[in-house]
Write a protein that binds this ligand. Structure first.
Ligand code: NCD
Length: 326
């Protein structure tokens, strides 16, 4: 079943007006975004890429859940494209005084904020808001409950593509707290669309998603079996904030059963890469030795995050301009 966001995010011409989910994006659309992101990537030590694609635009960051990487990288990306940026402090914003999210959005819209970057724990909120904004306004989902984190999926795909090239030979493992992870859902979507040979998900029983989710993925409850021969290992934080009750014994036991350690990495392909979206709980889902080791591309993911968000912002503005010309 198609989620409402997949339909709502497109305008009447089929162009993306919002980015709510990676669901329904074609391989060409994803490749186009990754190619543009690649154009914005610069090696560490060089000056970052800049242009004026967003000159005169205002980007508002509305994060109702904690964020370091995603919020800062949206801000840096928008500034490097010449936009004005405002960051709402949600602790002190009017929503804390009972204002509805829509009233907050209308207020920002009235101030000419035209790109609204949102993170929230409520499923469906980005799609709901997208249905109520003016046609020139764009909603970018920066993390929706456990459901969707499209720019994270894109930066993960860019990172894999840079190191491994074509997806058709790749076996990719996503391991850990899959049930509560929007990162896992968006990553699975993009890897599948790009034609990965196999996507495996590995989680303890209690952290495994429902049977109708992740269609086509191979499921494992043993990490030692799942990691055998894979090209990519992505691990995830345990999302305690989304659990209604404790779903795993304790951190030591979890690390023993589901931690990515150097010993486990020896079962993957010798040139396998290790990914983590951050924030990491060191020596819980990943050992420090692996996180900081030669197979880790975790810092590269962060660098790519800025480039991907520049590509998404520039594409959305281009689409608004195309709509205006009609
Ligand atoms: C993740 C998120 O918030 O979904 N982090 C991120 O955006 N890089 C993952 C997490 O919180 O564990």
């Amino acid at each position: 079943m198609t989620s409402p966001g997949a339909t709502i995010q497109r305008d009447s011409e089929g162009r993306l007006q919002h980015l709510i989910t990676l669901e329904g994006l074609t391989r060409d659309e994803i490749t186009g975004l990754l190619d543009l992101a690649e154009f914005y990537v610069r090696p560490p030590g060089e000056l970052p890429a800049r242009d004026q694609s967003l000159a005169g635009r205002t980007v508002a960051n509305l994060f109702f859940e904690p964020s370091t990487r995603t919020r800062v990288s949206f801000e840096i990306a928008a500034r490097r494209l010449g936009a004005d940026v405002v960051n709402l402090d949600m602790q002190t914003s009017s929503r804390a005084k009972g204002e509805t999210v829509l009233d907050t959005i209308y207020t920002l819209q009235a101030m000419h904020a035209d790109i609204l970057v949102m993170r929230d724990a409520e499923p469906g909120l980005p799609a709901f808001v997208a249905q109520h904004v003016a046609p020139h306004v764009c909603i970018l989902n920066a993390g929706e409950a456990h459901l969707s984190h499209p720019t994270q999926g894109l930066l993960d795909a860019l990172t894999v593509r840079q190191v491994k090239g074509d997806f058709s030979d790749l076996r990719i493992l996503i391991a850990g707290d899959i049930a509560h992870s929007r990162v896992a859902r968006s990553a699975w979507q993009v890897f599948t669309t790009l034609g990965a040979r196999e996507v495996r998900i590995a989680a303890p029983d209690d952290l495994m998603p429902a049977a109708d989710e992740f269609p086509g993925a191979s499921r494992y409850t043993s990490l030692d079996e799942a990691i055998e021969g894979v090209d990519v290992v992505m691990t995830l934080r345990i999302q305690r904030e989304r659990m209604k009750r404790a779903l795993f014994p304790d951190e030591r036991t979890y690390h023993h059963e589901f931690g990515i350690t150097a010993a486990r990495m020896r079962k993957a392909k010798p040139d396998a890469i290790v990914m983590h979206p951050g924030p990491m709980n060191r020596d819980v889902e990943i050992s420090s030795e692996v996180a900081d080791g030669p197979q880790s591309v975790i810092q590269r993911q962060v660098t790519n995050g800025v480039a991907v968000r520049m590509a998404v912002l520039a594409t959305m503005v281009r689409n608004v301009q195309a709509r205006r010309r009609l």
